[in-house]
Design a protein around this ligand. Structure first.
Ligand code: ZN
Ligand code: ZN
Length: 407
């Protein structure tokens, strides 16, 4: 029953997501469990003219066994072949597809310092590769497919949680619609209309407020760009970095964030749950962080490097959006970030600044663009969120009222 929709989903991902070109190589990073869908993707990719489809397989159960039993010093080492794998394909101009699916409870018993060390190590060694994708030298796309452990967390009482999660995913990516490609073109056009309006406002800052206690001012750098739905490689090939996507985003000025913000949804950070947290900012830097659940994981995240304490993204998503309206808490950032206004710890996308992709790291920093080994979204949007903008001329404009865009 799912099969026809899975084929439509694969077509969306290959044709619109990574927008695979004739003779181009596709690299898929995926959990082992998603192999059946990866086969569908691979067939679709070859039908679209792929030169080769290469795979990077992962298994979170094996990762857990390693975290529990390997000697501690292994987590500061990184295999050269893995770095080479990504970089060599990137240099050949490959497109990169990642399937993001994880059991949010799996790593609960693992020493968080081991996870933090491993993440930092991979951040350092894959830096060059990530630079390429963050600067759109290669087309890339993050999608999802269910795994058993994750599906059970989302639908603990369902008879067939994997099937139920599949249906939810297919709905959020519009693969359940009669003509998904047209549905996406319309969706892209609607998002673009809004971001054009925001770009025309030339906002200098945003103020966020809600009944949780959020009272946060976010300055935006001069020449920031609101982006959304589609991106474009430096060679001019359009692609869609996230499927689903409902957000419009830009970058904050690194040192221009002040006040306090409260989380609106739990955050799953490398298999660990951080929930009901608040952050206090002074001149862009998190100076206080509290959480009812997972406070140690939150602190570990903030300590990855200096840039992890600063923000790299501010994204607007209406509370009344297709993913939010499913009323499902996915425990997966790809979905949850598209159901709620969010901010991101860490690195900013240089493309959120006009000509940002052409600037050096020092020039970016001078313009207020944050840098870090991490980029982690966290959700702040609630039904009563109000967002007010201030333009460069000092005029106030209402952007969000009662959780939704006013335009
Ligand atoms: Zn985002
Ligand atoms: Zn983000």
């Amino acid at each position: 029953m799912l099969e026809p929709m899975l084929i439509k989903y694969a077509e969306l991902v290959i044709k619109l997501g990574v927008n695979l070109q004739q003779g181009q190589t596709l690299v898929i990073s995926t959990p082992l469990e998603c192999a059946p869908f990866v086969r569908t993707l691979t067939e679709t990719a070859y039908a679209a003219g792929a030169r080769e489809v290469a795979f990077f397989w992962q298994d979170e159960q094996l990762d857990k066994i390693k975290y529990l039993h390997a000697p501690a010093d292994i987590f500061s080492e990184f295999p050269n072949w893995q770095k080479e794998f990504y970089l060599s394909y990137a240099e050949q101009g490959a497109a990169f597809l990642r399937i993001a699916a994880a059991d949010p409870d799996l790593l609960r018993d693992v020493d968080p310092t081991r996870i933090a060390a491993a993440q930092k190590t991979s951040g350092i060694h894959l830096r060059e590769f990530r630079d390429r994708t963050m600067n759109n030298l290669n087309a890339w796309c993050v999608i999802s497919a269910p795994t058993e452990g994750w599906a059970r967390k989302v639908f603990p009482d369902a008879a067939d949680p994997v099937n139920k999660l599949w249906r939810a995913i297919l709905q959020t990516v519009r693969a359940d619609q009669p003509d998904p490609l047209t549905a996406w073109q319309e969706h892209k056009a609607a998002l673009q209309k809004r971001l054009q309006l925001l770009n025309e406002y030339r906002l200098q800052k945003l103020h966020f407020a809600n009944s949780l206690g959020t009272d946060l001012t976010v300055e935006l750098p001069v020449n920031h760009l609101w982006q959304g739905a589609a991106d474009i490689t430096q060679a001019g090939i359009p692609f869609i970095p996230n499927m689903p996507t409902e957000e419009i985003f830009t970058l904050p000025k690194k040192t221009g964030v002040n006040g306090r913000v409260y989380s609106a949804m739990p955050l799953v950070y490398h298999g660990n749950l951080i929930d009901e947290f608040s952050l206090t900012f002074k001149d862009g830097r998190v100076c206080e962080a509290t959480a009812k659940t997972g406070v140690q994981h939150l602190h570990n995240l903030l300590e990855v490097d200096e840039g992890a304490r600063y923000l790299g993204e501010v994204a607007l998503v209406p509370f009344d959006s297709p993913i939010a309206n499913t009323k499902i808490l996915f425990y997966n950032t790809l979905f949850d970030e598209n159901a709620s206004c969010h901010l991101a710890f860490g690195r900013a996308y240089p493309g959120s600044l006009a000509d940002g992709n052409q600037l050096s790291q020092e020039e970016l920093l001078a313009r207020g663009v944050n840098d870090s080994l991490i980029h982690v979204d966290f959700m702040i949007g609630t039904a009563d969120l109000e967002i007010t903008g201030t333009t460069e001329s000092g005029e106030k404009v209402t952007i969000f009222k009662q959780g939704n865009f006013v335009f």
